[in-house]
Design a protein around this ligand. Structure first.
Ligand code: CMP
Length: 137
């Protein structure tokens, strides 16, 4: 069993896709262990994406991620990190496979509906970022 952090981003929350996306997680044996609807401040978004500081899209990405409510969740399952990323599809929806969450719901490389941790160390950091000291269900 492995845990990963996902965020249903402000674009997908605003468009009413929370239910659709959770349905995909549940249909693929990714169990929700914690969930929190967050309205990130710009500073919180910058802290979460600190690894991207200095990149051309950092300013725009953190402005977008603090533009409205987002749903942060801890998911658990076998090989959860890799399987979630496969279900999400490529970062740029133009390159995402049919049936993936980003192919279904993302608008562009920035407004791309969902986030998923990319490695065990990242997952540990990201879970602690949104759920510090929380005992997971
Ligand atoms: P995410 O999986 O949340 O990880 C970092 C995010 O940065 C990524 O999804 C995209 O939303 C965004 N991103 C990555 N590359 C670019 C890019 N070239 N232009 C704009 N946004 C990007």
């Amino acid at each position: 069993m492995e845990r990963t952090l996902t965020i249903i981003k402000p674009d997908a929350v605003a468009a009413g896709h929370i239910g659709d996306i959770i349905k995909i997680f549940e249909a693929n044996q990714l169990t929700i262990k914690a969930a929190r609807l967050v309205s990130l401040t710009k500073k919180e978004a910058e802290g979460f994406y600190a690894v991207h500081r200095g990149k051309g899209f950092f300013e725009s990405l953190t402005t977008f991620m603090s533009s409205g409510p987002a749903l942060a969740m801890v998911l658990e399952g076998d090989d959860a990190i890799a399987r979630l990323r496969k279900l999400m599809g490529a970062t740029n929806p133009a390159n995402a496979e049919e049936g993936t969450i980003r192919k279904l719901h993302a608008q562009d490389i920035e407004h791309n509906a969902v986030h998923g941790s990319d490695a065990p160390e990242t997952a540990a950091f990201e879970i602690a970022y949104f759920f510090p000291g929380v005992e997971l269900a």
